[in-house]
Design a protein around this ligand. Structure first.
Ligand code: URA
Length: 198
C-alpha cells in the first residue's frame, strides 16, 4: 500500500470510531456509514461537498444520489473521468434529515478534510456549495476575498496549502440544479473553467 493510501486509511479508521461526534449515535442507530471520500489519491482536482445525504450514508460513497448524478453529468461535460479526481465532504456523517451542518459538526470533521487535502496535494480545490466555500477560504488565507456564493461562483482564487500553490474554485452545490434549469446551466458553464486545469 502506498504512503498516501495508508494515511488516508488512518483517517477512515479514526472517523469510524469518532464517538465524540454528535452525529455518531445516529450513524450507529441507523446502521449507516460515514462517507470518507473516494477517488484518485494522486488527483489534481479535489471536490468538496457539504455532508452525506441518505444514499451516501447508506453506501458510504460521496455524491451517489441525485446530486451525484448531476456531478457526474458536469464532469462528463468537460471530459474529466470521475475516477481521476477525489471527491469528499466537509462533514463525514449524515446530518439528520439532511439539515445544514452545524458549526460544531464542521469543527469536528474539518481537521480530517485538512489532512486529506495535505495528503493528496491537489493543484485545484473545488468547493461545492457555500459551506465548503466558506470553510476552505477561511482556512487557507482567502478570508478577505469571501463573499456570497452568487458573487464568487466560477471564479479562481490562488492560495498556498502546505507551501504549495493551489487554486480554489467555488461552485454552486449540484443540488441547486435538481429543480432549476437556470442553475444547471450556470453550473455547466462554471465547470468549463476546470477544463483549463487538466
Ligand atoms: N451532497 C453533498 O454535499 N455531499 C454528498 O456526498 C452528497 C450530497
Amino acid at each position: 500500500m502506498d504512503e498516501r493510501t495508508k494515511k488516508l486509511k488512518e483517517i477512515k479508521d479514526e472517523i469510524l470510531h469518532l464517538s465524540s461526534s454528535p452525529l455518531y449515535a445516529d450513524r450507529i442507530r441507523d446502521k449507516v456509514f460515514p462517507v470518507i471520500g473516494e477517488g484518485n489519491h494522486f488527483a489534481k482536482i479535489v471536490f468538496i461537498g457539504e455532508a452525506p445525504g441518505k444514499n451516501e450514508a447508506e453506501t458510504g460513497r460521496p455524491f451517489c444520489g441525485r446530486s451525484g448524478k448531476l456531478l457526474d453529468e458536469f464532469l462528463k461535460s468537460i471530459n474529466i473521468p470521475r475516477e481521476s479526481v477525489y471527491i469528499t465532504n466537509i462533514v463525514k456523517d449524515r446530518p439528520p434529515k439532511n439539515r445544514d451542518p452545524l458549526p460544531e459538526e464542521i469543527e469536528i470533521y474539518a481537521p480530517f478534510l485538512d489532512r486529506q487535502i495535505e495528503i493528496i496535494k491537489p493543484k485545484v480545490v473545488v468547493t461545492l456549495g457555500r459551506f465548503s466555500m466558506q470553510y476552505i477560504m477561511n482556512r487557507y488565507g482567502l478570508e478577505k476575498e469571501l463573499g456570497s456564493i452568487s458573487d464568487l461562483h466560477g471564479k479562481v482564487f490562488e492560495t498556498k496549502i502546505a507551501g504549495e500553490k493551489v487554486k480554489v474554485v467555488p461552485l454552486y452545490h449540484p443540488a441547486v440544479a435538481i429543480y432549476n434549469q437556470h442553475s444547471k446551466e450556470t453550473l455547466m458553464e462554471d465547470f468549463q473553467v476546470l477544463k483549463t486545469f487538466i
